[in-house]
Design a protein around this ligand. Structure first.
Ligand SMILES: Cc1cc2nc3c(=O)[nH]c(=O)nc-3n(C[C@H](O)[C@H](O)[C@H](O)COP(=O)(O)OP(=O)(O)OC[C@H]3O[C@@H](n4cnc5c(N)ncnc54)[C@H](O)[C@@H]3O)c2cc1C
Length: 467
């Protein structure tokens, strides 16, 4: 049996960590001991930090790029997520247009479509086996309210100039051909999503950046991030450019307590299901799936034929606390299993082998951003909510262009670049407001399921969060 030391202790972080190939023997990479000089210092070895390091090192092999990680690469959400590598940007087109223009909102969405293909390209170029299958996403409507909402989404996409190649409506029969869940009335389909094994991507990226000469210091918690320097307990990195890539963990850094809140998303996975079961469940192209409820759920068929299924619903913790025991909420796992069986009754006979969770990051205006303050040299990216697998790649390419001063890059003028979100409220207001909002979304789903009508209460959360 693998000893629970070294990297082995990370196995139970998620299904993905548990199914990384090979025994996870060996230690994390060495910690920072002493002071080092670099051109760019990045805090956080999740997708944001690693993609940034990747594109910087690719663009200029002479750059000294250093990444500092408190645990090990892929420890955070990047090694635990649902594996939807999607073109979802975590804000609506209308909202982006209000902050910029209609054309810019469309340009950002098209950049997200391209991002999924860009990730596929790097994955192939670097020889990473991340179980990539671009089967798209089905959004199943299972109530008449969800049906109306799905149709409205498609009409909305058309009004923004996106055709059926990007967002299509599926009749009940067409949907049943793709997914064998209960109560199918129809729904939406977009081809712009790949199902992936998230930890393979995070770990593979860390190896890829090292091959390019990037230094990663693990087991090294940055105690502060300031212009020109990242300080840790046993050393510091001095660099002209310092990048914050800490997402849900950001509030632990001095000066950033109210920049982002960590909200937990929790997941479970079944044992591998036999082919006889998959004949009725469908998802033959490993389509990722959700349904139209307010309290988001998401799932994928894994490459080894499990159902991996997740949702929000875990409470926000006072003071934006992040602790490993917050990853496990038995009541949320029980609810996830109940919903999974409601969708796929055949799964009731099979074991749930893994349960896990992790913090994602939400800004006060629910608007992700990326930027570099030219005056201080401090850059950042984050606030992706549950849509960071794709968006972090766009962030990494954009940060690289900003650091390299590429003013002619199309990326550095996208409308999320340089956006500054307001701070969250101080406690206890934040705690009361966020948890009330989370509860209201669940209540709205219950009301819809019972009455088939929209609950106006759902709007409360959206007003509180500005979503
Ligand atoms: C359960 C779950 C399911 C999700 N599902 C999806 C999905 O299907 N599709 C999707 O697009 N998105 C999904 N997301 C969101 C997505 O995973 C994240 O948006 C994305 O991984 C963020 O990457 P990141 O690098 O910015 O942050 P993280 O991966 O969280 O990385 C931040 C890193 O910074 C390190 N760190 C933090 N503070 C310090 C410090 N002071 N010093 C040193 N290191 C530090 C952390 O240890 C961590 O490794 C999900 C998230 C969760 C939790």
């Amino acid at each position: 049996m693998e000893a629970l030391t070294g990297l082995g202790k990370y196995r139970d972080l998620s299904l993905w960590w548990d199914t990384l190939p090979g025994p996870l023997v060996g230690d994390p990479r060495p910690a920072l001991e002493g002071d080092v000089d670099a051109d760019v210092a990045i805090v956080g070895a999740g997708y944001t930090g690693l993609w940034t390091a990747y594109y910087l090192a690719k663009a200029d092999p002479t750059l000294r790029v250093v990444v500092v990680e408190q645990e090990t690469a892929g420890f955070g959400a990047s090694g635990r997520n649902g594996g939807w590598c999607s073109a979802l940007f975590p804000a609506s087109w209308d909202k982006i247009a209000r902050m910029s223009s209609r054309d810019e909102a469309i340009r950002l969405q098209r950049a997200m479509f391209d991002t999924v293909d860009e990730i596929a390209k790097v994955v192939a170029d670097e020889g990473m086996d991340v179980h990539w299958t671009k089967g798209g996403t089905v959004g199943v409507a299972r109530t008449y309210t969800q049906l109306a909402r799905g149709r409205a989404e498609i009409d909305h996409a058309r009004s923004w100039g996106f055709g059926a190649d990007d967002y299509a409506w599926l009749s009940a029969d067409q949907m049943r051909e793709r997914i064998g869940c209960t109560d199918v009335l129809g729904g939406t389909y977009t081809p712009h999503t790949a199902a992936i094994h998230p930890a393979r991507l995070a770990r593979g990226l860390a190896q890829a950046v090292e091959r390019l000469g990037v230094r990663i210091y693990e087991q090294t918690c940055a105690l502060s991030l300031e212009p020109g320097v990242v300080r840790a307990a046993h050393g510091s990195v001095r660099a002209e450019r310092v990048i914050r890539a800490t997402e849900g963990y950001t509030p632990s850094l001095p000066g950033y307590r109210r920049a982002v809140i960590p909200v937990y998303s929790l997941m479970l996975a079944t044992e591998p299901l036999p082919s006889t079961v998959w004949e009725s469940l469908g998802l033959a192209r490993r389509e990722t799936f959700n349904d139209g409820r307010h309290l988001i759920i998401y799932g994928q068929r894994t490459a080894d034929d499990r159902l991996a299924f997740g949702g929000r619903g875990a409470p926000y913790h006072y003071g934006s606390a992040v602790r490993s025991d917050f990853d496990r909420e038995p009541a949320v796992f029980a609810e996830l299993r109940r919903v999974l069986i409601e969708l796929f009754p055949a799964v009731a006979d099979y074991a749930v082998t893994h349960t896990w969770g992790g913090p994602l990051g939400i800004t006060r205006d629910w608007f992700a951003s990326v930027g570099l303050d030219e005056r201080t040299g401090v850059g950042w990216a984050g606030g992706y909510v549950g849509d960071g697998v794709g968006t972090t790649n766009l962030a990494g390419r954009t940060l690289a262009d900003l650091v390299l001063g590429r003013r002619d890059s199309d990326l550095v003028t996208l409308p999320w670049v340089g956006h500054r979100s307001p701070q969250w409220e101080p406690e206890p207001l934040r705690f009361i407001g966020v948890n009330a909002g989370l509860r209201v979304m669940g209540t709205a789903d219950g009301a819809e399921a019972r009455s088939g009508r929209d609950s106006r209460r759902a709007a409360f959360f959206n007003r509180f969060t500005g979503h």
